[in-house]
Design a binder for this molecule. Structure first.
Ligand code: 5GP
Length: 188
């Protein structure tokens, strides 16, 4: 049996990665994380082949030429991220479901490609103000960078209605429970 595709997208700072990690840690759903390729450098404890396949600009370009991607996006200027065909086919081919942490445009594209084999879940911040507070509190971005991320978030929020379902992250535990329930219902 071929596995299903679970797409999780959200504006930056909405808690999408935290939700995905929590569900993978619980281990109740048969799903594996699709490791994307990117040309951005690793941050902190990130490791090649675990968080991402970290590629040079040239390697990313030749992967595009080799038609290695299901989709790819320039998520930030000069920073490319792509879902590898080899990841999706390896995981789903073994009969496991695959979970994707991808940007909003990528999420819409993958859903369009896979139709009923995929569920697309949009994680929404309760408001732009709460997102501003979260990004400011994180302390990792300069004020201009925060304004840029917020402008981008506002644009990304306009895609929410293109997703199969929207989960508002106003309380992390509730959001995790809701995403968990949606996925379990989908994979059966
Ligand atoms: P970060 O640099 O914070 O790890 O990720 C930045 C953004 O890129 C996040 O929104 C993340 O979901 C998105 N992203 C990660 N992998 C992919 C991918 O394969 N395709 C697309 N379109 N976006 C991705």
């Amino acid at each position: 049996m071929t596995g299903k595709i679970i797409i999780i997208s959200a504006p930056s700072g909405t808690g999408k990665s935290t939700i995905i990690s929590a569900l993978l840690d619980k281990g109740e759903i048969d799903m594996q994380f699709s490791i994307s390729a990117t040309n951005r450098p690793p941050r902190g404890e990130e490791q090649h082949g675990i968080n991402y396949y970290f590629l040079s600009d040239e390697e990313f370009k030749s992967s595009i030429e080799d038609d290695a991607f299901v989709e790819f996006e320039e998520v930030y200027p000069g920073r490319f991220y792509g879902t590898l065909k080899s990841e999706i086919s390896r995981i789903t081919g073994e009969g496991h479901n695959v979970i994707l942490d991808i940007d909003v445009k990528g999420g819409v594209n993958v859903k369009r490609m896979y139709g009923k084999q995929a569920i697309s879940i949009f994680i929404q911040p309760p408001s732009l103000e709460s997102l501003r507070a979260r990004l400011t509190g994180r302390g990792t971005d300069a004020p201009e960078a925060i304004e840029q991320r917020l402008a981008k978030a506002e644009y990304e929020l306009s895609f929410a209605s293109d997703f199969d379902c929207v989960v508002v992250n106003d309380n992390l535990d509730h959001a995790i429970a809701e995403v968990d329930a949606r996925i379990k219902n989908f994979v059966g």
